[in-house]
Design a protein around this ligand. Structure first.
Ligand SMILES: [Zn+2]
Length: 317
């Protein structure tokens, strides 16, 4: 589905609920308590407010025929307990999945006609669903490079103040991982590589930096090639780090274009969002896939979201 389809086909709450039901239970509705598929649909009459005489709208519920548990399409998902209609949620997901470089909370707030804070919270919850908890390790030929976000002195490793280090790991013809680290020391970088590269990878391509050293590690048998960027050499046979660098430059264009002031506290979330879109750029239905992932992911309370260090894997100094 593209943006126009979503405008046209998911414009009422009823249609959105039906869509979500199919995404959440592609093989038919299952009881959230006992997983039985013997489910009845019931309508629960809205509550009457005796003072005002106003009745809240009726609700469609599922009831399990085995254990009598009652639930709705949104029970236990991020979509639950928000006062935002599903059509706005879905539009937000469509905007975020369709924009290659990402979309700012400001743009989202204008597009959806909601407050900035609502848009910001929405975007972060969508990003959470884009997080891959245990992604497979990369194999084949893997390129590794580091880049620096923030500050102005590009590429000077001695002047790292006010900058955040991002390690990029990309399998040629495969997936990308972007990891924010507190520094660019050999051990820190090695940990990222060990977490993301299979020990039977065919080759590892890096630049000449001494931080890439695989002697006495699980990668000692892997072919390791270094390209001498200092000598202005960028490609030598199959030795280069161009595919990871092109991912970096696309990410940075998004940072300056859409986000202006990315709080570095949230940088890893933006990196996750970018990698998710990048790795799924050929997926037939990224929108539906994200709607489904969000239905499966738990809720993210606002207090947890704004907590200091909530998303970074290390403690900021
Ligand atoms: Zn049940």
């Amino acid at each position: 589905m593209n943006l126009l389809d979503i405008y046209k086909e998911l414009n009422t709450e009823e249609k959105c609920l039906t869509f979500l039901e199919h995404m959440r239970w592609p093989d038919g509705v299952k009881c959230l308590s006992c997983e039985s598929q013997r489910i009845s649909r019931i309508t629960s009459r809205g509550k009457l407010n005796k003072k005002t005489g106003h009745r809240s709208p009726d609700r469609e519920l599922y009831q399990c025929n085995e254990c009598r548990f009652q639930f709705t399409t949104t029970t236990g998902t991020v979509y639950h307990d928000t006062h935002l209609p599903l059509s706005k949620w879905f539009l937000a997901i469509a905007l975020i999945t369709e924009s290659k470089k990402g979309i700012s909370a400001n743009q989202l707030s204008r597009a959806l006609g909601v407050q900035y804070r609502t848009a910001w919270y929405l975007a972060h919850r969508i990003r959470k669903a884009m997080f891959e908890a245990n992604p497979p390790k990369l194999k084949g030929t893997v390129e590794i490079d580091e880049t620096y976000i923030g500050g102005k002195q590009r590429g000077h490793r001695s002047k790292l103040k006010n900058k955040d280090v991002v390690i990029g790991v990309r399998e040629r013809g495969g997936e990308l991982r972007l990891v924010q680290t507190p520094d660019n020391k050999e051990d820190t970088v090695y940990q990222v590589i060990a977490d993301n590269v299979a020990k039977d990878a065919q080759a590892i391509m890096t630049d000449e930096s001494r931080i890439y050293n695989f002697r006495n590690t699980q990668f000692h048998k892997v072919r390791h090639e270094r390209i001498r960027h200092k000598d202005k050499i960028y490609v030598c046979g199959d030795v280069h780090t161009n595919t990871v660098e092109s991912a970096f430059s696309l990410f940075k264009r998004g940072l300056t274009g859409a986000f202006h002031k990315v709080s570095l506290k949230h940088l890893q979330r933006y990196l996750n969002e970018f990698s998710f879109r990048f790795n799924n750029r050929k997926a037939a239905d990224l929108f539906g896939m994200t709607v489904r992932r969000m239905a499966l992911a738990g809720n993210l309370p606002y207090a947890k979201l704004i907590e200091e260090n909530a998303f970074t894997p290390f403690v900021r100094r």
